[in-house]
Every structure is written in structure tokens, then in C-alpha cells.
Design a protein around this ligand. Structure first.
Ligand code: FDA
Length: 397
């Protein structure tokens, strides 16, 4: 058997975190090999943000990340910030814009971001090898030995950047989680995050006809976390940014409260309407505030009395106010990894140095990006974690 080909640094996973780590280490003069089992690198970047890649957010802050240790992400986020990534994007002349809530998107295509990162890797002397299956990883004196479909490899530093479990169709694998377990590191249970809800059968029957309807809401989970964003009815259940965001804070069996009229004091509004048009039906009045089909369905479900405004009593108005500000849905579940944008849970951050991402009990082994138990909100936060954690490891490997 021929001797393993040696590199100082091997990174497994040529996605967002792996590319950033590779170029950072390459610029330090390290001999870096970036491996991926896919035939194309950065596939999630390419499809992200509807093909325009929401590559970071102006308002990055540790509070926008879910992790068992809420302090873990602080160091990496502070050392490679959204401004550092924006500076790189600007150096490459990539046009971008803020869409909403600080979310930055490419004007043209997510491909610009992949091209930027591969160009930087090229400048930094990184070798990239795709279509490579990693068959076995073992620790050996001074580093690691990898058996791969393209031959044996060895390295001093091994970085795992194989991402989470979301979107198996795009090549997501449990490789990183299994490797962590192989080396005795704790892996926290995983589940789909930033994912649409499915509905219980009765709710599904009631609401599937509303597919395509969207409205601004405040969605609140039982833990008290809330998001003011759009809710979208789909033929499978509930989606839209409000639902994706709150899904990361939801546990099976819990209900979600939606304020369907976050900008309206319904009691005062109904009184005003009644003064102007006393004979107007409640249903037609509510259709001035909410999509008409939604009002009709809620009335069919018995939530709205079939009355004119001047027939409504004080208690009825109060209960309408209560109903629309705290519309409760107990989801049947989520659409799971098939459509989730991220994976919650993963390699326990207690096992890693927050400065370098190195495994405390396994010198030379690093975990970055989504494989780690750090997940961000919707809106560019997850890519920023990939850039920041990739940079942190890239500085030391
Ligand atoms: P990533 O998944 O990017 O890369 C992992 C790499 O490892 C892949 O190239 C894969 O092929 C490779 N790999 C996996 N298993 C392997 C194995 N066994 N052997 C070798 N290689 C292996 N975030 C955001 O901030 N803004 C956005 O706009 C979006 N949009 C978005 C849309 C959709 C549809 C999804 C599914 C996700 C997003 N995200 C997002 C989330 C974002 O894509 C995600 O958080 C990052 O890509 C994570 O970066 P990583 O590098 O950790 O994994």
C-alpha cells in the first residue's frame, strides 16, 4: 500500500464554513486540502436566499443564536464579524442590498459568493478535491489518517465542516456527528429548525384552502420568544418567516400564539367602525383588516358571530380582541429535515474551545459551521456563523 499523501490541514466539507476555514488557513501559509464528497462545492450557498444568498445580517448579535451554551458563539462572532465578510464581498465588487431587517442579499446571484470564496481559496493556495468519500478516520501520531475513495491521506489538523442534517437531497449527511461520537465527543440530540409546521387533521382541513395567503403577525412560542414577521398558509400547513423563526423555539405538543392584528387595538377599532357604519357585518368589517378568505374560514369555524357591528355586546368585542391577538395553533409537527433550513443540536459546544473550535479532548480535531450546536435565526445569521467559526479555526489549524 502506498504511503498516505500528507497535508498540514485537511478540511472535510466544502460548504460555507469549510471554504472560509480553508482560505483563512491558506493565507497563513498552511498546506490545505479541502475535501467534499459532492461533485460541486457550496451547493447550499447556491440555492440559499432564493438563489441570491442572504450572506449575513447587519444586526448580528449572540442573542440571535440557539445553543445550549449561549456564550459559546460570542468569541468567534466578535473576531470575524459581518463587517469583515461585507468587506470581502465589496473587495470582489459583488453588488448587494439590504432586503429587510438587516438581511443582506446579492443583487445578482448566490454564485457570486461561491465564486468569491473559490477565488480566495485559489489565491490562498488551497487544494480542493471533490467527489471524495471519506471511508475511515483514525487518530495517529501527530495527527490523523483518512482512508478515502481517492486514496489515503494524512494531516496534522483535521477540520470537520460537513454541515447539518437538513436537506438530505442536497447531500446532507450525519458524517460529522458520527465522527464526533467516534472520538467520544458528546452530540446533543438534533431536530429540524427554521422549518414549516404541519397541522393537525382538523386544522389542515380548515386552513389548506387558504394556501398562498400571507399576513403580518407576531408569533410567540410557549418559552416566550416571539417574532414579528409574515405568516404564510400553505397546502401542507403554516410557513413564512414568522413560522420558520418560531419553529426553532417550538417543542412537540406545544402551541404557538399568533397575534393576527399586531398593529390594531381591535376593541377601539370596532367601536369606531360601529360609529361610522353600525349595520356593517362583523365579517365585512374584519375583511378590512385581514384577508377576506381567512375571515370567511374563521367565521365558518364559529370564531366570528354572524352579526352586524351594532349587535355586538361588550363581552363579544372583548372575546374577539382576545381571539385575534392570541390565535392559537398546536402544530401537528414540522416538515422535518426535508425542507428545514438548519439543524438544531449537534456537537456539544462544551466539547470545543470557543476560540479555536478545537475538540478539548482530541487535539488537532476541529468542528465548524452547522455541525456544531449553534443555530441562528433566519436572515443571514447561519452563514455568518459558518464564516465566523470557519475563520476561528482557520486562524489556528
Ligand atoms: P454546508 O451544508 O454549507 O456544507 C457542508 C458540506 O459538507 C457540503 O458541501 C456537503 O457536500 C459536504 N459533506 C456532507 N457530508 C459529507 C461527507 N460525508 N463527506 C464529504 N463531504 C460531506 N443561511 C443563511 O444564513 N442565509 C440564507 O439565505 C440561507 N438560506 C438557506 C436556504 C436553504 C434551502 C437551506 C437548506 C439553508 C439555508 N441557510 C441559509 C442555512 C445555511 O445554508 C447553512 O447554515 C450553512 O450552509 C451551513 O454551512 P456549513 O458549511 O456548516 O454546511
Amino acid at each position: 500500500m502506498s504511503a498516505a499523501k500528507h497535508h498540514q490541514v485537511i478540511i472535510i466539507g466544502a460548504g460555507a464554513a469549510g471554504l472560509m476555514c480553508a482560505l483563512t488557513a491558506g493565507y497563513r501559509g498552511r498546506d490545505v486540502l479541502l475535501l467534499d464528497n459532492a461533485k460541486q462545492l457550496g451547493r447550499k450557498i447556491l440555492i440559499s436566499g432564493g438563489g441570491r444568498c442572504n450572506f449575513t445580517n447587519l444586526n448580528i448579535e449572540p442573542a440571535a443564536y440557539l445553543c445550549r451554551n449561549p456564550h459559546f458563539c460570542k468569541s468567534a462572532l466578535a473576531r470575524f464579524t459581518q463587517w469583515d465578510f461585507i468587506a470581502m464581498v465589496e473587495r470582489h465588487g459583488i453588488a448587494f442590498h439590504e432586503k429587510t431587517l438587516g438581511q443582506l442579499f446579492c443583487d445578482d446571484s448566490a454564485k457570486d459568493i461561491v465564486d468569491m470564496l473559490t477565488t480566495e481559496c485559489d489565491w490562498a493556495g488551497v487544494k480542493i478535491q471533490l467527489r471524495t468519500e471519506i471511508l475511515n478516520v483514525q487518530a495517529q501520531e501527530g495527527g490523523y489518517l483518512l482512508l478515502t475513495s481517492q486514496g489515503d491521506l494524512s494531516c496534522e489538523s483535521l477540520v470537520i465542516a460537513t454541515g447539518g442534517l437538513s436537506m438530505p437531497k442536497l447531500g446532507a449527511t450525519p458524517f460529522g456527528l458520527q465522527l464526533a461520537q467516534q472520538f467520544g465527543l458528546n452530540v446533543l440530540p438534533t431536530c429540524a429548525g427554521l422549518v414549516p409546521f404541519t397541522l393537525q387533521p382538523q386544522d389542515k382541513a380548515n386552513f389548506e384552502q387558504l394556501s398562498g395567503i400571507s399576513l403580518p403577525v407576531v408569533a410567540t412560542a410557549q418559552c416566550g420568544k416571539s417574532f414579528r414577521e409574515a405568516l404564510l398558509f400553505t397546502h401542507r400547513g403554516l410557513s413564512g418567516p414568522a413560522v420558520l423563526q418560531i419553529s426553532s423555539y417550538w417543542k412537540p405538543g406545544e402551541s404557538i400564539s399568533f397575534n393576527l392584528l399586531p398593529d390594531t387595538d381591535l376593541t377601539s377599532w370596532l367601536k369606531e367602525q360601529c360609529a361610522e357604519s353600525p349595520k356593517l357585518s362583523l365579517r365585512n368589517a374584519m375583511a378590512r383588516l385581514l384577508p377576506k378568505r381567512l375571515v370567511e374560514v374563521l367565521q365558518e369555524m364559529g370564531a366570528l358571530p354572524d352579526k352586524a357591528l351594532n349587535q355586538l355586546g361588550k363581552a363579544e368585542i372583548e372575546s374577539l380582541q382576545q381571539y385575534f391577538s392570541d390565535w392559537r395553533i398546536q402544530p401537528g409537527g414540522t416538515e422535518g429535515y426535508r425542507t428545514a433550513e438548519v439543524t438544531l443540536g449537534g456537537v456539544d459546544t462544551d466539547e470545543l474551545s470557543s476560540k479555536t473550535m478545537e475538540a478539548r479532548k482530541q487535539p488537532g480535531l476541529y468542528f465548524i459551521g452547522e455541525v456544531v450546536d449553534v443555530s441562528g435565526w433566519l436572515g443571514g445569521y447561519n452563514f455568518q456563523w459558518a464564516w465566523s467559526s470557519g475563520y476561528a479555526a482557520g486562524e489556528v489549524v
